[in-house]
Design a protein around this ligand. Sequence first.
Ligand SMILES: [Mg+2]
Length: 259
Amino acid sequence: MESVNSSKPRYECLLFDLDDTLYPFSSGLSEACTNNIIEFMVEKLRIDEDGVVELNDILYKKHGTTMAGLKAIGYEFDNDEYHSYVHGRLPYENLKPDPILRNLLLSLPFRKLVFSNGDDTHVTKALKRLDIEDCFERIISFETLNPKIHDSCVSDSLICCKPAEIAFEKAFDIAQLNPYTTLFFDDSIRNIQTGKSAGLHTVLVGKSEKVYGSDYALESIHNMKEAFPELWSESNNKNKKPESIGYATQISIETSVQA
Ligand SMILES: [Mg+2]
């Protein structure tokens, strides 16, 4: 049961997905990523072009990521090669420094973590482009959830990734976070739904309407302050020093950089 005791903040941790959550879908990275995945399937795995789009869709929906799906149905390939093929050519130049998001994050006196199915290289590169890489305590990435056991990938047919419940459990364990005092932001409905059943408070990002499993909906991550003024409230920030932020707000802000 949630505590509403005023002496105990409701939230202790903020957990963020990366892609299409910390930057918008309109950046074009997701679309480019899908195209690269399909190209990998055709060029590297010799999957017939006819039906490859449909297969990608099926695997993504059934297994969380296409990569996990390809492994599950028996394809063998090197994880790093896949990631560099799929992410290496993304239009990262479309991601620009986001001072609004940076200020929001830095003014939030909570533990902040990124929880992405992406590999370390991709996550780090995107966060750097957005100029928010130093706003987080840690990144939970593909490598975090799937530590290398072998150099080759022959036996890693089971990839751990969102939205599998085990991925959430691993993330909680690795980061030592309590889901019941964590606010989770993700653009994926199924990730939100698993997150909710795992105990997280959930925020669907990129949509204006809530869905089953989401406690809140947020059209843009930039709307955090309007949606959750209590995160900046005095009761949550009583031990924090003031930090000025570069835009108007009706909320009294008494925070410091904790990243
Ligand atoms: Mg996402």
